[in-house]
Structure formats: structure tokens, C-alpha cells
Design a protein around this ligand. Sequence first.
Ligand code: SF4
Length: 249
Amino acid sequence: MEASIIKQENGKVSFVLSGFKLSLVNALRRAIINSVETLAIEDVTVYKNTSTMYDEVLASRLGLIPLKTFPELKKSKKEFTFKLKEMGPKAVHASDLVPSDKDVIPVYGDMLIINLREGEAVELEAKAVFGNGSEHAKFSPGHAFYHFYPQISIKSGSVKNASKIAALCPVNILEGSGDSLSVKKGKLQECILCKACEDFAGEDVIKISSDPDKVVFVVESWGQLEPKEIMSEAIDALSDEVSEISANV
Ligand code: SF4
């Protein structure tokens, strides 16, 4: 079994897994989405709200703000609170929440919570707790998906409409000039198997298939945790679940 990283950028990591059973790969995907714990606002006490937004809608918006999460904080079982007291006219953003812990803060400070008009006021206290995606999607740490490793075979010799075929590729991994068509160096794994090129040019020109023993796995974080932390937490959660099953069988 092998795993190798292809690309890491802005909270997103792609890697190739080979020799893994597909059921295990899918279990990992599900563990990432459902079992990794993150912090999110769960309880909101509204002291004052003279805006046009209902308290429930305001609380729901607060719950969807990704909060910086440190897995080690789970052990301390601390409560993390945020206070908000604002008066319009003002665009109130996530960065206006005053945290009880300087490390547990909104990941994206410029997320808009509410636009207060002249004379409107909001005063509330919000409590953040740990939870996972199986309880509510707001706790999910990110998006995880996989696809089989692509295989592209291009006919040797001259290719008609090479540049047109290359231009059809939505992820821009084909190179076409004159009558020559090729896959850009190091870009093969980025093929999303859409077959737009094959549908246009025909299988005899470019044939798209996939290797069933290898998958490209992608994890994109919503910001609470780094992709590496998400993977490590998901593997721990998966192994806890397996131990629980074997202890009860
Ligand atoms: S299958 Fe789609 S993504 Fe892959 S090379 Fe063809 S057009 Fe590009």
C-alpha cells in the first residue's frame, strides 16, 4: 500500500493511494466528513436584536462560521464563548465577535453576519462546542472525494484539430499545437475523467480510461483544521470505530 502527495495548496491536498481496498478509501472519506470533530457555535443567547433578522436566522448564521480548531483542546473540555454588541449603521463581520480564547477565532474574519441599519442593535453571547459532521454539517471539517487514477492514450502520429481538443479540457492538462497532442508534464493525475476530449475526437485519437488499483484522493479544508490534521483525526476516528466494532463482536 502506498500514498504519495501530488499537490498541496491553500488548504487543499491531493494524493495518490495505491493498493488500498476501495471500501477502506470510502470509509476514510466518510470519516473525514462525519467523524472529525471541530468547533462550531451551538448555543446563542440573544439579549437584544432590533434588526430585521429573526433571532433563529442570526443564530443559524453564527453556527455556520468556521472556527479555528485545535484538536488538543478537546481534552480540556473548555467552553468557548463569543460576545457581540453592535449598533447600526454597520456591516457586522465575523471578526467583530469577541472571543473568550484568543486562539479560537473565526477563520474568515470578513464573513458578513448582518447589515445593521441606523438605530438597529444586536447584543448576544454565543457558545461554541466540539461536534462532528454526523451531528450537523456545520462541524464537517471539509470536503473529501476521490476518483480512479486516469490513464490517457493518445494516437501516435499527427492529430487533426489538436489545439481544439486541448482547449476543450476543463482542467487544462492537454497541450495541442499544429498536429501534435500530448498531456502536459506532471499533469496526468489532474484529469477528471470527463471524456470531453474523447467525445470530440473519438477513441481512436484519444482514449480515456482509469486504473482501478489507484485512486486520486482530495481533501479540501473549510479552514477549521489543516488537511494534514483532518487526515490524522479521521484515521484516529476510523481506528476507534473499528476497535469498538471488534470489541463488541
Ligand atoms: S477526460 Fe476531461 S479532464 Fe481528462 S484530459 Fe480529457 S478533457 Fe481533460
